[in-house]
Design a protein around this ligand. Structure first.
Ligand SMILES: NC(=O)c1ccc[n+]([C@@H]2O[C@H](COP(=O)([O-])OP(=O)(O)OC[C@H]3O[C@@H](n4cnc5c(N)ncnc54)[C@H](OP(=O)(O)O)[C@@H]3O)[C@@H](O)[C@H]2O)c1
Length: 297
């Protein structure tokens, strides 16, 4: 990936470089420009964003990847005022400042812009969020075009996971529970398109490097349920399937009800990748094998 990235990616500042996805991007994109900066809340607070001190144009930045956010579903609902300030008002202010400076924003959205009643949502499907988090993402999606005059990219992500042991991303968290002899509750009707972090980075680099604009559902084609993942993981780890409790999402107690089927179709991305590269997403079964192996006794 090093060579590919070096040749592809325009100089990109990482906004929100201290978070899970941000740390991975900063590491990878520093291979393209070793002096690349990533901001944490200390350098750029979305409650009052001001990009002047970053001296982006002066340092030849062309694009900005916006990963900073309050992404916790329950927190967005409980702290609606604060999360709206960060995820909507501040994010739109940041996008306006970037656009004024001629820097293309790459905004990270979510499959939660969809309500989850239908699934298989296309890139241009009407937005129909049913959580506050999803509504906030949808508001930025709907306003970004006018601010940037179309010079932006929205990458819409499903659940992102890594292969790193102990980072508590989706498969790792399940594997850790199973390894401790606990039972994992997994909903058969919570369906989505989990995506490996390295694929998110490589595909974003391809999209940026080829000047793609507008919205792309950035995920593999495969839709799976949480139950599918937990069951396959238990099998890989040699753990009795009684430790995977097959439930409905309706039986789970959440502060905020989760959407059921937020799976997305990746038609636009498939077309772009077929035209430009022979890139293939990591199959989730491979990831289940690797993460299961991390925790197998
Ligand atoms: N991870 C996924 O599966 C997934 C899926 C779909 C979309 N996304 C989107 O991808 C982006 C990155 O997600 P992530 O999983 O990396 O989240 P994360 O680990 O929670 O990182 C978010 C970062 O935003 C920072 N932040 C919060 N409030 C801020 C503020 N007022 N000003 C500046 N920075 C602030 C946080 O800093 P502190 O640590 O200081 O709070 C944190 O470093 C988010 O926009 C999320 O909605 C993620």
């Amino acid at each position: 990936m090093v060579m590919t990235l070096r040749h592809l990616v325009p100089k990109t500042v990482i906004i929100g470089a201290g978070g899970f996805i941000g740390k991975h991007f900063l590491n990878a994109y520093r291979q393209t420009h070793s002096d690349l900066i990533g901001t944490t809340r200390a350098e750029l607070d979305l409650l009052n964003p001001d990009i002047r001190a970053l001296r982006l144009s002066e340092n030849h930045y062309k694009e900005a990847l916006i990963l900073a956010a309050i992404p916790n579903i329950d927190r967005c609902e409980q702290e609606k005022g604060l999360s709206t300030k960060v995820n909507v008002t501040g994010t739109l202010q940041l996008i306006r400042q970037l656009a004024d400076e001629g820097i293309k924003p790459v905004f990270t959205s979510s499959d939660y812009v969809f309500g989850g009643n239908a699934g298989n949502y296309k890139d241009d499907a009407p937005l129909c969020p049913n959580t506050e988090y999803g509504r906030q993402k949808a508001e930025v999606e709907s306003k970004i075009g006018e601010i940037t005059n179309g010079n932006h990219l929205i990458i819409r992500l499903s659940k992102v996971y890594s292969h790193v042991k102990g980072d508590a991303t989706m498969i790792d968290e399940m594997a850790s529970c199973l390894a401790q002899g606990k039972t994992v509750k997994a909903a058969y009707d919570q369906v989505f398109c989990p995506t490996f972090i390295d694929d998110v980075i490589a595909v974003t680099a391809i999209l940026q490097g080829n000047g793609i604009t507008r919205t792309v559902n950035l995920c593999p084609s495969k839709r799976v349920s949480r139950y599918d993942i937990a069951k396959a993981l238990a099998e890989k780890m040699g753990i009795d399937k009684v430790h995977v409790d097959k439930i409905s999402l309706d039986d789970m107690v959440f502060r905020v009800k989760r959407p059921k089927d937020t799976s997305m179709r990746n038609d636009r991305l498939t077309g772009i990748l077929a035209r430009l590269t022979n890139y293939h997403f990591t199959d989730i079964s491979e990831s289940i094998g690797i993460v299961g192996g991390n925790w197998k006794k």
